[in-house]
Design a protein around this ligand. Structure first.
Ligand SMILES: NC(=O)c1ccc[n+]([C@@H]2O[C@H](COP(=O)([O-])OP(=O)(O)OC[C@H]3O[C@@H](n4cnc5c(N)ncnc54)[C@H](OP(=O)(O)O)[C@@H]3O)[C@@H](O)[C@H]2O)c1
Length: 248
């Protein structure tokens, strides 16, 4: 189990992972783009095991790093500080939000494979991208709880995959290994395992209303066996067609 988790990005997903990590007894080093001082309230709220630093300092301090930032910020990640580390990538590609990236639109690369190409000296793992922040917190359960959920992970490096599986376990989830980064499209937007199973029926609404609604919705446990079935049933669609879930 990692002792210190570094968060690059401490927004909705990053802070949810940080909360689970603190509950599990890990040390957490948070970071964002605006500087550690802007994270003082979150650090205070999380309690003794949390502190804030720059992204490079968070990366250096950590046994394991989570990059919970927009895909458009990936090229600002501190490559040197991340060399040799496992980096869990939570990002999703929505061209209407992120702009069009040709390698992703054509399916030549998945978004995490693109990140791996940029972070050539780190080991990228795709995880936490297919669940909304509130449900990530509300559905976490101890080992052997009958209503424990599964979450997909994908990785090219075996050791990094094993580290991520251990992290998911201590945070309250069974990891479902879906294979390499090249097949991580199976958990991306527009696939059966993406967000909806953990939410149930999603009413039509705009983005802000959708985020408020997910915060009021307890969520639905999705066992690892069901996650594996949903992953298996995925059909690849052009990533360039991905629409934000609430924009339907
Ligand atoms: N929200 C969801 O439902 C959800 C679910 C699954 C996956 N995801 C994915 O997870 C990622 C994070 O989403 P989110 O909803 O947590 O976003 P968010 O609430 O907007 O938080 C983004 C975080 O990234 C930080 N950041 C931005 N650019 C950075 C940089 N260059 N260096 C360091 N930190 C930087 C921001 O810091 P500042 O505020 O200081 O700029 C902020 O802390 C996205 O890729 C998203 O697609 C989101």
């Amino acid at each position: 189990m990692p002792h210190t988790l570094g968060l690059i990005g401490s927004g909705m997903i990053g802070s949810s992972i940080a909360r689970l990590a603190i509950s599990a007894g890990l040390e957490v080093v948070l970071s964002n783009s605006r500087g550690p001082e802007t994270l003082a309230d979150l650090v205070a709220d999380l309690g003794g095991g949390a502190r804030a630093a720059t992204p490079a300092a968070a990366a250096r301090a950590a046994d394991l790093v989570v990059a919970a930032i927009p895909l458009t910020a990936h090229q600002q990640l501190p490559t040197e500080a991340l060399a040799g580390k496992t980096v869990i990538d939570t990002a999703n590609y929505y061209p209407e939000r992120d702009g069009h990236l040709p390698e992703l639109d054509t399916g030549a690369l998945t978004s995490s494979a693109l990140l791996q190409r940029y972070l050539a000296d780190a080991h990228v793992v795709k995880a936490f991208n297919n669940i909304t922040p509130h449900q990530l917190r509300s559905l976490a359960r101890p080992v052997d709880a009958p209503d424990r959920s599964g979450l997909p992970i994908a990785a090219d490096n075996a050791e990094a995959r094993a580290e991520a599986i251990r992290l998911l376990d201590v945070l309250g989830y069974d990891a479902v290994d879906i294979g390499t980064l090249a097949v991580s499209w199976r958990s991306e937007p527009n696939t059966p395992v993406y967000i909806q199973p953990y939410l149930g029926d999603i009413p039509a609404m705009d983005v802000e209303a959708f985020l408020r609604w997910t915060g009021r919705t307890p969520g639905i446990a999705v066992p690892a066996t069901r996650v594996a079935e949903l992953i298996e049933s995925a059909v690849r669609r052009p990533a360039g067609e991905a629409r934000l879930p609430s924009a339907d």
